[in-house]
Design a protein around this ligand. Sequence first.
Ligand code: CA
Length: 242
Amino acid sequence: MIPDPRPGARILIVEDEPEFADLLALWVERHGWRPRVARDGAAAIVAFEAEEPDLVLLDLSLPRLSGWHVIERIRAASLVPILLVTARDGEQDKIRGLGAGADDYVTKPLSFPELMARIEAVLRRADIRAAAIAGDEIHHPGLVIDGRGHRVAADGVEIHLTPTEYRLLRHLAERPGRVVGHAELLTAIWGAGYRDDIHLLRVTIRNLRAKLAEAAPDRRFLETSYGIGYRFRPGEEPASDA
Ligand code: CA
């Protein structure tokens, strides 16, 4: 078996069905991670603040405080990976969950081996993220963002961004691999009053892409997730057919 990323990682399991929660904890433990179970949304927030987990496995339908509120509360304070557990027919929940800041989702009924693989993948992505960010600088293949002086270089070519474009690129590059929702981007970059102005976001993304492409025509840093948001692609190498 391939060694798991981050042995000993703390996994906060938020699940109200006791037997299912115990089973999840058992699988997590067998995988070399440290589980901690919270049985409702309010307990999840308390456990999150007390333990600073490395990943949150979150059931959406919870008593006391819904999964949505849990995501919101956690995202207001932290970039910790969140893996959602959604109902089989919850297509809207998946889209809304990714838009709200979840990293990925799995669907009930669960395949436990698949769930473990997803946890590994999300932890690995978090490791890439941690490695990419050093102080004020962000390094990805082909892209350097230097916070001091707001300098950005793509494939070694310095590019000149407006302050808004800079903040947008930085927000995405700090979250490689995660689809960041329209509302999160608009709120973070422009403010809460702009959270529905998708046109503004689209235009800014277009300009940003054009500048990046001029410096590094073979790369595609920013991916569109239709109806949800945008994703920075980590470790993207130049396309061979370009
Ligand atoms: Ca539930």
